[in-house]
Design a binder for this molecule. Structure first.
Ligand SMILES: [Zn+2]
Length: 488
């Protein structure tokens, strides 16, 4: 006779398989069924039977201990999930994508898992431009996808010579599975009505003329692309009123925004005495959001603010999602993430260059694409619904990092210091010279700004000269975005 499974364990048995789900932790594990007996010990054999005992499947123990016991197997199982994803992806790209099949001369045996992937060359943005036609899949009919409304073409940001047209896969899920649990909502997992506010040129998926009506800017009935403005610090009052009216008319559940655009639009609306409709969630994307901004956005919208991380070149795949615990997880149902140093060697715990493999992307499959962003893999253990998806930190654009006392200071690292200041709604730090920072600050209407105090905090913590200047607005940087840090 064996032990009794804990009541939280759900078991499902087929002729040749036994599956067990621990509802306390979400661990789902399958074993080959050894024989036709009904007894669990006989079905699994002694070794696996002992193993599930060690995983706490028979015991009523504290959740923390249970998680600790199951941690290692979860990591191993997730590794197998990643290898499977790479294998399926490898079979597709070595058969259908000329760049991998003919130029790199890969075959499926080169991509059987993470080790094989790591041996592939890094794909830089210049490579993407140069090999663009070879990266399109000849196993996909783009015209059919377009006609069926499953795809649109859009342009990446950047200067004209850098911009490329890429296909966006509309079949991919925009919100992660189980998003109610990830973001602590009670939404029933229906498709959220989402209002999008970003740079005026285009969003990662859509380009449009601002003369279009609200109906014309609404896609699939659930996604409204709001009119933006070329100079957000000088938007006419009428445009702000229209922005608020449209929010009331559309009544979004989510706002998907460039954080600076939403911050300035909402601040203006509030200063005009206009009420904003309540929303469940603000999702920040398109550019790095500062901690100070997050606080202001939360106050202005009354909603939690989280990050979604993607890039236009990823063709609808997302790379990261921030959960309600503040951890960023790789969106592993779309993408895999590596971090490498400047020589391309794995950078296990240090900040390095992010490489993304969009394994769910069949329209322009990118393997080990170098985004130009910095980040770090984190060994944080998160107990949200995304527990098995790798945690990481985004540190901002490599080209926007500062160099202070010979050390690289990333946007994230600078922003962490800015979080110690008060009275600042938005800022832009320009490194003028070696160890010389000019920090322009937009005062927070809800706080007291002391320029001297901000300069002192930054100077002491970063050990450099800091000049702080209050401003009423900023001119937009490349691609109409607002950089937090930059080098002159
Ligand atoms: Zn989490």
């Amino acid at each position: 006779m064996g032990n009794t499974l804990h009541e939280a364990i759900v078991s499902e048995t087929t002729d040749d398989f036994v599956e067990l789900l621990d509802q306390r932790t979400g661990l789902h594990i399958g074993f080959p069924r050894l024989n036709a007996a009904d007894d669990l010990r006989a079905m699994l054999g002694d070794e696996f039977y002992r193993a599930i005992g060690q995983l706490g499947f028979f015991e009523d123990i504290a959740i923390a201990e249970l998680r600790a016991r199951q941690h290692e197997i979860r990591i191993r199982l997730q590794g197998e999930v990643r290898d499977d994803a790479i294998r399926g992806y490898g079979e597709f790209i070595t058969k259908n994508v000329p760049y991998y099949r003919d130029t790199l001369k890969l075959d499926p045996s080169d991509l059987t898992g993470r080790d094989g992937l790591r041996r592939l060359p890094i794909l830089a943005r210049a490579d993407l431009r140069e090999h663009f036609n070879e990266l399109l899949s000849d196993g996909v009919s783009y015209s059919d996808h377009l006609a069926e409304g499953r795809m649109v073409w859009t342009r990446t940001s950047g200067t004209t010579s850098e911009r490329i047209q890429v296909p966006v896969d509309l079949d991919l899920d925009r919100v992660p599975p189980d998003y109610d649990r990830i973001w602590n909502l009670d939404h029933g997992d229906k498709i959220p009505r989402t209002a999008v506010l970003t740079t005026p040129r285009c969003s990662p998926t859509e380009c449009w003329l601002s003369a279009a009506t609200l109906e014309e800017r609404t896609r699939f009935g659930t996604r409204l692309f709001m009119n933006s403005h070329i100079d957000i610090f000088n938007v006419p009052e009428a445009a702000i009123r229209t922005f608020v009216d449209e929010l009331w008319e559309f009544r979004p559940d989510f706002l998907l925004v460039n954080p600076t655009y939403l911050q300035i639009f909402c601040s203006r609306a509030v200063s005009l005495g206009l009420d904003l409709p309540p929303v469940e969630l603000v999702l920040s994307s398109y550019q790095y959001m500062s901690n100070l901004q997050r606080g202001v956005l939360g106050r202005l919208t009354g909603a939690p603010v989280y990050n979604i991380y993607t890039a236009t070149e990823l063709c609808g795949c997302q790379l990261g999602v921030e959960c309600s615990h503040g951890n960023w997880h790789v969106r592993e149902d779309h993408s895999l993430l590596e971090v490498v140093d400047d020589d391309g060697a794995p950078s296990e715990v240090r900040v390095g260059n992010l490489l993304v493999t969009t394994h769910a992307n069949r329209l322009l499959p990118l393997a080990r694409y170098k985004l130009g962003d910095l980040g770090r893999l984190s060994d944080a253990v998160c107990d949200c619904a995304l527990e098995d998806w790798q945690c990481f930190e985004l540190h901002g654009r490599a080209s926007e990092a500062l160099l202070i006392n010979g050390e690289r200071v990333t946007t994230r690292q600078f922003d962490a210091v800015m979080a110690f200041t008060s009275g600042v709604a938005l800022y832009r730090c320009t490194q003028a010279d070696e160890n010389d920072l000019l920090v322009e600050v937009l005062p927070d209407t809800a706080g007291d700004l002391s320029v001297g105090a901000v300069a002192k905090t930054l100077g002491e913590r970063l050990d450099c000269r800091v000049k702080v200047v209050p401003v009423q607005g900023f001119d937009a940087g490349p691609s109409q975005k607002f950089q937090l840090t930059r080098r002159a």
